[in-house]
Design a protein around this ligand. Structure first.
Ligand SMILES: [Zn+2]
Length: 274
């Protein structure tokens, strides 16, 4: 019976969620924003322009990075420990350019590519505690939508599903009750969610990033080890001609809508309860 009632109450809410939104994301001010990212670059590639706008508008942006990204290099001389250190520093520089202080970047510390093999209750419990502690007005995460279930790479899939599982758990205190009883973390319902990396079929929200597009490309370029040639043989800096080429590719690949650079999201205020 309860499941049937949930269907009647929750499904219409989910369906009207786009119409229910009041303030455009690019105009939000003085709010708390929580961004979950599988790797220390997806937040920048997927939502870096939006993060820059949110920082510019005096919001408090927190970044939570699931993994240390310690595998993705073709350099035969690279080690995982060294790569994790490189990626951490690059992320701090990159997010710093977007206006996020490094004190606001939290590292969950899972190994690259291994998120789906992490103990699931522990993973969800940790993300739930973060949500209950930060209590965001707005949450950004990788889209757990239907189409990308098949195509997301491993950590992206798991980060997407785990974050939404934690959003659900955070609002019911009986999930991980020791967080309330021992740590004083009260339950919390996330009011608004924007999912980046949506499939084109499922994107329903577009943020105009024209005013910060070049800043986003500069910030993305700080992730030097993610690009050729440093991904093949690590070097900490750019040859100017390689940098110019990489940034031009970013300009070409950045989605556009009506002649403007945009970042695409799937927006919702809730999730289906059945
Ligand atoms: Zn990634």
């Amino acid at each position: 019976m309860r499941k049937v009632l949930m269907c009647f109450f929750v499904l219409p809410l989910a369906m009207v969620s786009v119409q229910g939104q009041e303030t455009r994301l690019e105009n939000v001010e003085n709010k708390t924003i929580l961004v979950f990212t599988p790797h220390p670059d997806d937040d920048v590639f997927g939502a870096g322009g939006t993060i820059a706008l949110l920082n510019r508008n005096h919001n408090k942006v927190h970044i939570v990075v699931y993994t240390n990204d310690d595998k993705g290099s073709y350099d035969p001389e690279m080690t995982s420990q060294r790569l994790a250190r490189i990626r951490r520093a690059e992320q701090e520089t990159s997010e710093g350019l977007l206006g996020t202080p490094k004190e606001n970047i939290q590292w969950m510390g899972y190994d690259d590519g291994m998120l789906e093999y992490a103990p699931q209750p522990k993973l969800t419990e940790e993300a739930t505690a973060i949500i209950r502690r930060i209590r965001p007005d707005i949450l950004l995460s990788v889209d757990p939508g239907q189409w990308y279930e098949r195509w997301h790479k491993s950590d992206h899939r798991m980060a997407a599903f785990n974050t939404i599982d934690a959003v659900r758990a955070a609002e019911f205190w009986l999930y991980f009750p020791n967080q309330k009883l021992q740590q004083g973390l009260e339950p919390f319902k996330v009011p608004e969610m924007y999912f980046y990396y949506p499939s084109p079929q499922e994107a329903n929200y577009f943020v105009n990033i024209d005013s910060v597009a070049e800043l986003k490309f500069d910030a993305a370029a700080k992730q030097v080890s993610q690009f050729e040639p440093a991904v093949n043989r690590y070097r900490p800096d750019w040859d100017p001609k390689d940098l110019a080429k990489a940034k031009e590719e970013m300009r070409q690949e950045q989605p556009r809508k009506d002649g403007h650079y945009v970042e695409a999201f799937r927006y919702t205020t809730g999730f289906v309860q059945y």
